[in-house]
Design a protein around this ligand. Structure first.
Ligand SMILES: Nc1nc2c(ncn2[C@@H]2O[C@H](COP(=O)(O)OP(=O)(O)OP(=O)(O)O)[C@@H](O)[C@H]2O)c(=O)[nH]1
Ligand SMILES: [Mg+2]
Length: 343
């Protein structure tokens, strides 16, 4: 009797141990000003199951950043002063600090590289880090914002960075700041940036938590890998709904293309749907959201789900969809941005 009890206890311990060992390790790295702001947003909200790193060449900005670990990169290259919009400098700074970064993220199963494209540090360092991580083991997911149209010259910098990231990362999720601002309404610039940071922050936080902790529906890391590994560009959409049919309403908004940086959703290879809602959220509602997506996209697309209950969200639902293997509308814009005429 005692012996069998002992064996039972050992088996239980072994299950817990294997569960601990097999839990994917997630590193979320914010690079440059925007990337660090997004990491700070996540840190302030709290995230379980992943590690938050903030990397910048700008010591001042880094000092007000919130993260599990902050790293001043390229001290010799930039002396803590930032890159002033020069992506080559950002790249050089990253190379200078590469070994330190690699040690910090050793053993990760998934690495998110979060940055706002168009400047120096985030653009150059994201490209260089993605290239040096390629083929080394972890699933590398770039999460990048596209500059505002008013930042004309930065658009070209961003475009060539996306081309590079597309080759180096498994998936590059592009989020257009211009569309975000439209969705957010008539907000002052700083507040509009806050909305952008929140959307990107929620996306990274929800994926991380659903693959590392128990939730209503857990996303399996291997499923995530299947839709994101070597898939090129991805786009995300988000929607909110309330009352009856809240999930359906949220899915409709998420797919209506206001935010998605793609021209043709039917070409998506894979879809990740994440639903958050109050304790009234039912599994049926969540599965129905999948059916809606299948109808709007393509019956051939591979769909994976994650869902979690947030007690404060009673009566409402938040849905994000991530469409992988798509073509970026931004990248396909052939016309060059118009230049300012000075005289
Ligand atoms: N979503 C979001 N985008 C931002 C934010 N700050 C800047 N951006 C966008 O990101 C681009 C890059 O800006 P930063 O991240 O500040 O630049 P950086 O990478 O620090 O580059 P350097 O300062 O030149 O070293 C900008 O052109 C904006 O389009 C932010 O807080 N949130
Ligand atoms: Mg900066």
């Amino acid at each position: 009797m005692l012996e069998s009890q002992l064996k039972y206890d050992l088996d239980q311990e072994r299950i817990d141990e294997i569960a601990r060992m097999s839990r994917p390790q997630v590193s979320v790295i914010g690079l440059g000003g925007a990337g660090c702001n997004i990491v700070s947003w996540i840190k302030q909200r709290g995230m379980t199951g992943g590690r938050l790193l903030a990397l910048n060449t700008d010591a001042n900005h880094l000092s007000i950043c919130k993260a599990d670990k902050r790293i001043l990169i390229g001290e010799k290259t930039t002396h803590g002063l930032g890159c002033g919009g020069y992506a080559e400098k950002g790249e050089q700074a990253l190379r200078e600090s590469l070994e330190v970064i690699k040690k910090e993220i050793a053993g990760s199963s998934i690495v998110f590289l979060v940055s706002g494209l168009g400047g120096g540090t985030g653009t150059g360092a994201s490209c260089a880090l993605a290239e040096s991580l390629k083929g080394t083991g972890p699933l590398v997911v770039g999460v990048n914002t596209i500059p505002f149209a008013i930042e004309r010259v930065r658009m070209e910098t961003a475009r060539s960075a996306i081309e590079r990231l597309k080759k180096a990362c498994d998936t590059v999720v592009t989020i257009d700041n211009n569309k975000l601002v439209k969705v957010a309404g008539d907000l002052p610039f700083q507040e509009a940036l806050g909305v952008a940071n929140e959307l990107v922050g929620v996306f990274v936080k929800d994926i991380t938590e659903t693959i590392t902790t128990a939730s209503l529906i857990n996303l399996d890391f291997m499923d995530l890998r299947a839709i994101m590994e070597k898939k090129g560009i991805a786009a995300i959409g988000a929607g909110w709904g309330q009352g009856e049919e809240k999930v359906e309403k949220a899915v409709k908004v998420a797919l209506d293309g206001q935010l998605l940086d793609i021209n043709d959703v039917t070409k998506a290879y894979g879809v990740l749907i994440h639903v958050s809602g109050g304790e009234d959220l039912t599994l049926d509602e969540v599965y129905r959201s999948g059916e809606m997506v299948t109808k709007s996209i393509s019956p051939k697309a591979k769909i994976i789900w994650g869902a979690k209950v947030v007690p404060e969200m009673q009566g409402s639902a938040h849905v994000f969809v991530c469409l992988t293997g798509v073509e970026s509308a931004f990248l396909n814009q052939t016309q060059k941005p118009k230049r300012f005429k000075l005289f």
